[in-house]
Write a protein that binds this ligand. Structure first.
Ligand code: AMP
Length: 215
């Protein structure tokens, strides 16, 4: 099984991707996580993309596709779930080509639909577990205060691109560059949409329903 998750910032792609990965034994490729790791390690790529990402903009397709393809080639055997990639039409076409070359068949692209008001509420209160990347918001706190539900870590951070100015830019860039992908996958009958406004469990149930119906 090979999946792509689509949706605006804060729609729950990362949270759902982790649940699907754990349940189905897929490899999660999240380009945002890879890029943040490069920034943290201060690699040449990290230095190149840091300010761009912090401003809420996209680094060039060339940079993103290169790191993505490296990861895809290492991991493709087990089935993959993509979070945050592709993000431009050019990336979507290149991902199709890579899949074809590597003999990977896309099972479906799943769109998480969420209102902008709800997205802003989530992003403005989002905190990330430093060790495992699990996300918490005002409406989705950890079960025990200051302790991560997933890994029991106790260090949390706010993403610098969750600052209000960067969030505004991220929505603009999403609407202009990433939203057209919904049409791209829909035209080729590979898109499934679900209501991402519900609880994490309910959204996950909808996804599992889609996956069952595809088998
Ligand atoms: P995410 O963790 O998916 O929200 O990604 C965080 C940031 O990393 C985005 O706002 C972009 O600046 C950058 N990024 C991640 N994936 C991509 C991609 N496929 N194409 C361009 N930029 C990306």
């Amino acid at each position: 099984m090979n999946l792509i998750l689509l949706g605006p910032p804060g729609s729950g792609k990362g949270t759902q991707a982790r649940l699907i990965r754990d349940r189905h034994g897929l490899v999660l490729i999240a380009t945002g996580d890879i890029l943040r790791e490069e920034i943290q390690k201060e690699t040449p790529v990290g230095r190149e993309v840091k300010e761009i990402i912090e401003a809420g903009l996209y680094p060039s397709d060339d940079i993103v596709l290169k790191i993505f393809e490296q990861r895809l080639r290492q991991e493709k055997a087990q089935g993959v779930i993509l979070d945050g990639v592709p993000r431009t039409l050019n990336q979507a076409e290149k991902v199709d080509t890579m899949f074809e070359q590597l003999g990977i068949k896309l099972t479906m692209a799943i769109q998480l639909a969420v209102d902008e008001e709800e997205l802003i509420k989530r992003l403005s209160s989002r905190r990330i577990c430093k060790s495992c990347g699990a996300a918490y918001t005002i409406d989705l706190p950890s079960r025990v205060e200051e302790v991560c539900d997933v890994c029991s870590g106790s260090d949390f951070l706010r993403r610098s691109d969750d600052a209000p100015e960067a969030v505004k830019t991220r929505f603009e860039v999403y609407n202009e560059q990433t939203k057209p992908l919904i049409d791209y996958y829909s035209r080729t009958n590979r898109l499934r949409s679900i209501d991402g406004m519900k609880s994490v469990e309910k959204v996950n149930e909808q996804i599992e329903g889609l996956l069952r119906s595809s088998q």
